[in-house]
Each structure stands twice: as C-alpha cells, then as structure tokens.
Design a protein around this ligand. Structure first.
Ligand SMILES: [Zn+2]
Length: 109
C-alpha cells in the first residue's frame, strides 16, 4: 500500500484498515458513520459531533441508512495506532537518544 501517511483532521475518527483512508461521514439522524466505499466498511464515530445533520432531511437519512446497510461494520484504524513505518521511526529515534545518553555518561566518568 505504499508509504502514504494521511495526516488530516479527518482521520482523528479512524480510517479504513485496508486502505487507511475514509470517504468522510454519513448521517443517520444525529448518528455519524465514517465509511470506505471501496472496501464497503463503516464505523460509528458518535452522535451530534458534526452539525451538518441538522441541515439534512429524513429522506437523506433514509438514503444514508440504506447505503450503510450494505457495508460491514468494522473497527477502524485509529490515528494513535502507529504503523510499522512509524514504529521503526520512533524506535530508531529512541535508540539514538539512548546512545547519546550513554555517550554523555561515558564522558562524565
Ligand atoms: Zn478502504
């Protein structure tokens, strides 16, 4: 899947575990669902977080509900769960910091 790291505000609400993206949210009443059209998955993010549901109609919610019905509910990939690449990055940094600490210790002896 390449090395694309999506750092947008939207992935605060999680991403599709397969493509690490999302297609935004759909409202069913005051409930917000994030979804990925490509992989036909959805995940619930909360109620009354985005104000746009107030401008929508019952018809829109019925359409959204019908669309979401075909999608599988899954656990999204959350922002705070690091990818393998990110872990490697942080681990290498940590090692460097440790090495620097050790060097400083040696120096003080
Ligand atoms: Zn996807």
């Amino acid at each position: 899947m390449g090395k694309l790291i999506q750092l947008s505000a939207s992935n605060h609400f999680g991403d599709c575990p397969k493509c690490k993206k999302n297609d935004g949210h759909l409202n069913v009443g005051r409930d917000h669902w994030y979804y990925c059209k490509r992989h036909q998955v959805k995940w619930f993010v909360g109620s009354n977080i985005f104000p746009d549901w107030l401008d929508e109609t019952f018809d829109t919610w019925r359409q959204n509900e019908a669309l979401l019905e075909c999608f599988m509910e899954i656990e999204p990939l959350q922002k705070h769960k690091f990818t393998v690449d990110e872990n490697e990055f942080f681990n290498s940094r940590r090692k460097t910091q440790l090495q620097m600490l050790l060097l400083t210790d040696e120096h003080l002896k």
